[in-house]
Design a protein around this ligand. Sequence first.
Ligand SMILES: NC(=O)c1ccc[n+]([C@@H]2O[C@H](COP(=O)([O-])OP(=O)(O)OC[C@H]3O[C@@H](n4cnc5c(N)ncnc54)[C@H](O)[C@@H]3O)[C@@H](O)[C@H]2O)c1
Ligand SMILES: O=P(O)(O)OC[C@H](O)CO
Length: 342
Amino acid sequence: MKIIVIGAGAWGTAVAVSAARNPGGHQVVLWARDPAQAEAMAAARENARYLPGIPLPRELHLRGGAPDDGLLAAVPQADLIIIATPVAGLRPTLELLQGTDVPIAWLCKGFEAVRDTGAARPFGLMPHEVQRQVAPALRAGALSGPSFAQEVARGQPTALVAASRDADVRRAMVEALHGPTVRVYGNDDLVGVEVGGAVKNVLAIATGLADGLNLGLNARAALITRGLAEIARLGVALGARPETFTGLSGLGDLVLTATGDLSRNRKVGLLLAEGRTLDEAVQSLGHVAEGVYSARTVWQRAQHLGVEMPVTECVVALLDGALKPVEAVAALMGRDPKGELL
Ligand SMILES: NC(=O)c1ccc[n+]([C@@H]2O[C@H](COP(=O)([O-])OP(=O)(O)OC[C@H]3O[C@@H](n4cnc5c(N)ncnc54)[C@H](O)[C@@H]3O)[C@@H](O)[C@H]2O)c1
Ligand SMILES: O=P(O)(O)OC[C@H](O)CO
């Protein structure tokens, strides 16, 4: 296959490396928006800024610059376009790609922050809603699931989920990435996969905070379990299938992100527990932590649908500075008793 990966952060680079190493013999181009970054990567055969220590295989080609600087001309020859920008870069990238019939997969995990919607709207959108709005004719889907970039790039075993309503798009994602170290499962529940991938980031901030405050392993397990209930409630209200949330993009990604110290979202929670401000926490990461930008939208959409999400509500209050960490714990523990399955 001919594959173009747009966005040379940690995850775009890891996915491009993985696809280039696939015995399928794919031709892979990794596109960085900064031409200097593409040149540096081509010279050093390493993405020193975003994924240091991983040699870039010879089969991986590096390009950079404005999209009209060759990228758009290359699109019609591709078999799959992978958009590896954060959610904030999805809308402009889809606008550029409208009109193509090449299958498209986005990797971002989040809901648009309201400021990214580009117009006055009651709340931010999920990735597939952004696509429906700006480029409805595209054949597209999401590649998601529990996957730290460093582990995928090192060839450590990983399972992903390729979600699209279009079977050809799912097939293209599987063909591009399924291989000796990556298993890719198909799922036509795009809504469920996107909700799982977005909301687990918000909940990982909560578990990072709980662990940073030394609340204990019981607290962590409680947050993960009740957090999964929040994900499933919101997902079902948005039209997802409940069983998606016991899968890779639900339970799988929540457990990984909430417990794995490679997670940037979990790290935000740990840093807040140390008393750092949100700005300091975000600055010190050097990478995007989508939960910070998605939390308010997730909460707004839940409110709009009448879905109860108390952990998410506390994360929003913490990020806004309206609650201190210990007050958030007291607020959650002080809630009235209720049935587990309600
Ligand atoms: N890193 C992981 O392990 C991992 C795994 C799965 C999914 N993801 C998701 O993939 C997406 C990208 O994450 P990452 O880890 O590669 O982030 P990163 O912080 O490592 O890199 C972000 C990249 O996107 C570019 N970028 C930033 N804002 C942009 C914009 N507005 N338009 C275009 N490009 C922009 C940056 O230049 C950089 O190349 C996120 O949504 C993240 O949740 C990450
Ligand atoms: O580092 P995080 O918190 O953005 O999580 C990375 C991946 O989404 C884990 O699947």
